[in-house]
Design a protein. Structure first.
Length: 212
């Protein structure tokens, strides 16, 4: 396979992983929506996205679905496979290594304490070929709320008409302590909440809490 063909395939398969994850947005909190596509000899042998409720993760569904075909395959993942799990269960990086995947292509690196480069480092130490950053701009919408919560302790909040792709609607009195209310939602695991146009949206805007 030529390098040009490889690059074209990489973009196509990562695009499919992003598509899978996008379809799950708003259903997977407190975890981000992640897509995983496993490819062997140019053909998709398994694909999955984070399950509703945040578990199982995409990789821990796709790897068993691929079975023996995972050995020597390429995994396209929209976010860095976790290097550890808060539950203590097998990490996604271990799922990929144990299955014999030879190459992992990642769109976005995960800055959370359970990844933060640890997943990529673990894969590389195990001898896997790892590439990061492919279609990172296209994947950004998947993780902007997740990253916002990690940075501020609050979910991202935007004006929306129907809330599609958001974790929940933000409902509060415009006179309430909105920062405290949002931090409470952040502690509960929400990453993207929506609000309709009106007094509450105006109050959030005035206090610099409405995400542009």
């Amino acid at each position: 396979m030529t390098s040009a063909q490889q690059a074209s395939d990489d973009i196509r398969f990562m695009g499919r992983a992003i598509e899978l994850a996008t379809a799950r947005m708003g259903q997977t909190w407190p975890n981000p929506a992640v897509g995983c596509v496993i490819v062997k000899d140019g053909e998709i042998v398994a694909e999955a996205a984070t399950a509703p409720g945040g578990r199982p993760h995409a990789e821990e569904q796709a790897v068993p679905a691929a079975g023996d075909k995972a050995a020597g395959a390429v995994a396209y993942v929209t976010m860095e496979p976790c290097g550890a799990r808060s539950s203590g269960r097998t990490s996604c990086s271990n799922f990929l290594m144990d299955a014999g995947v030879s190459r992992v292509v990642v769109a976005a690196v995960d800055p959370s304490p359970f990844a933060s480069g640890r997943g990529v480092e673990r894969l590389k130490k195990a001898g896997l070929d790892v590439e990061t950053g492919l279609l990172s701009e296209q994947a950004k919408v998947l993780y902007e709320g997740y990253l916002h919560r990690l940075e501020t302790g609050r979910p991202m909040v935007r004006i929306s008409e129907d809330g599609q792709g958001f974790d929940a609607r933000f409902a509060a009195s415009p006179k309430a302590d909105l920062t405290t209310e949002l931090k409470r939602l952040g502690e509960a695991g929400y990453t993207r909440v929506w609000v309709g146009a009106g007094e509450l949206a105006d109050a959030l805007q005035e206090q610099g809490l409405l995400t542009q």
